[in-house]
Design a protein around this ligand. Structure first.
Ligand code: UD1
Length: 438
């Protein structure tokens, strides 16, 4: 079975987690490459004919979906699970159509738009679906491509972008969108002349993409700043590149250690990519020590409530918002948690409330009144990060919490349950034979 067939089988036979509360997480975990980087690095491989190899690739469903997408575009994609690598053989002639059946399952598929257009002069990419966290339009992607000289139409559920040769331009993003910055970078590296992307995203995953593109022969200035300047080149070469470590998974472990009053060492993590989040944990009462290849979080008492405001990097990451809510739900005191990136990230609060969390939302603010313990209940995972937050909340609930629709969690957290068991949690994965409702 191909990885996507395996994933389809997993979807046809849903699974759930049974989490028993009460464990203190203690031990060591290792984080692999970032989901939010590797998918874009795989898309970037399209820019150069030949064999590109990417290391520290996490064992997650989204990598299988992106692999299948690249195969349909004409690439050979080999996964070596033991070595955590993906090897992508990119032909001179690529197909240019990314179909709905894959794109709807993974919004990050839109990352092929820029590189495909740059390489083939046309990209037809189905409009994506993705996580259920608010409307996630593509207007910045489209406006940027228009500036680069492309025509862009919406035809029968597809974005159809065409340009015989993209030309450099100055692009101002209304918001430092991660996806738009990436797409426009990948389109502009083969454009004719100089492109400037202003108000660009500064996430470590953007820097990772810039590093790989530069290795491929692209000329990029300003990686990690809000102004990216690209001098277009005629051709890029395939490379070997290792994915930046996953700061969101690392941050999830840090929050889980704090909430469970545990002691967790996270390897292959970059504390510098999580400064605000780790500082919040120190305010909550944890000790955070940097180690040679990551950090250690130690907590010996109930956390103190701590406010958090999500913002683009280097702000507190929106992807850790569910964990911030869960942490405050068992903290002493009251906290205000503010979401500035997605309009309906709070939709999962209902699930957290089922576990007894005292959370009131008003627009993009949530007031969380902490209580000593949550109360176990069946809950449903609406998206990747909320799912991880619910599992961790289950660890600080009395009794047994059943978390359904865990295929969302599997999209972002490789072997989440196995790693939790390593740290002493009581969590079981089992088939879910209940009828599934969306
Ligand atoms: C990426 C991450 C996601 C993370 C997010 C913000 C991947 C696969 N996903 O998502 O985990 O939560 O960054 O850090 O890397 N927007 C527009 N128009 C656009 C593009 C975006 O209005 O053309 C809005 C979105 O609706 C959203 C905000 O900008 O409200 C941020 O989106 P963006 O930074 O683009 O997130 P993604 O790249 O989709």
């Amino acid at each position: 079975m191909s990885p996507v067939e395996t994933a389809n089988a997993a979807l046809a036979h849903p699974q759930r987690f049974r989490v028993s509360g009460g464990a203190r997480l203690v031990g060591e975990v290792r984080v692999t490459g970032a989901k939010n980087s590797v998918l874009k690095l795989m898309a970037a491989a399209l820019l150069a004919p030949g064999t590109t190899s990417i290391g520290e690739v996490p064992e997650i469903l989204d990598v299988a979906i992106m692999s299948e997408l690249l195969r349909r575009l004409g690439c050979d994609v080999e996964r070596d699970a033991a070595a955590s690598t993906v090897t992508i053989n990119v032909p001179e002639q690529l197909h240019h159509r990314a179909d709905y059946d894959l794109v709807r399952r993974m919004r990050a598929s839109i990352a092929v738009l820029g590189p495909l257009l740059a390489r083939t002069g046309e990209a037809d990419v189905a409009l994506p679906g993705g996580d259920a966290i608010g409307s996630r339009p593509l207007d910045f992607h489209v406006a940027g491509l228009l500036k680069l000289g492309a025509t862009v139409e919406n035809e029968h559920g597809f974005i159809v972008a065409k340009a015989k040769q993209l030309t450099g331009a100055t692009i101002w993003l209304d918001f430092p969108s991660v996806g738009a910055t990436e797409n426009l970078l990948m389109a502009s590296v083969l454009a004719d002349g100089r492109t400037e992307i202003d108000n660009a995203a500064r996430e470590p995953e953007i820097v990772d993409l810039c590093t790989m593109l530069t290795l491929m022969g692209a000329e990029i200035e300003g990686a990690g700043s809000s102004t990216l300047v690209v001098h277009g080149v005629d051709r890029l070469q395939p490379v070997n590149h290792v994915t930046v470590s996953d700061r969101i998974v690392a941050g999830t472990w840090a929050m889980a250690a704090t909430m469970t009053q545990g002691d967790v060492t996270v390897h292959n993590a970059n504390a510098g990519h999580l400064e605000i989040a780790l500082d919040k944990l120190v305010t909550a009462g944890a000790t955070v020590d940097r180690t040679a290849d990551g950090f250690r979080v130690i907590m010996d008492r109930r956390p103190t409530a701590v406010d958090a405001v999500t913002l683009p990097f280097p702000g507190f990451p929106t992807d850790l918002l569910p964990m911030a809510l869960a942490l405050n739900a068992v903290a002493s005191g009251t906290a205000m948690v503010t979401e500035n990136v997605y309009e309906s990230r709070f939709s999962f609060v209902n699930e957290l409330s089922r576990l007894g969390a005292d959370i009131r939302t008003d627009g993009h603010h949530a007031i969380v009144r902490g209580r000593p313990q949550l109360s176990s209940a069946p809950v449903t995972t609406p998206d990747i990060r909320a799912g991880a937050g619910l599992v961790i909340a289950g660890l600080v609930a009395d009794g047994e919490t059943v978390v359904t629709k865990i295929h969302h969690i599997d999209r972002g957290y490789p072997a989440f349950d196995e790693q939790l068991r390593t740290l002493g949690a009581d969590i079981v994965r089992e088939d879910d034979d209940q009828p599934q409702f969306d």
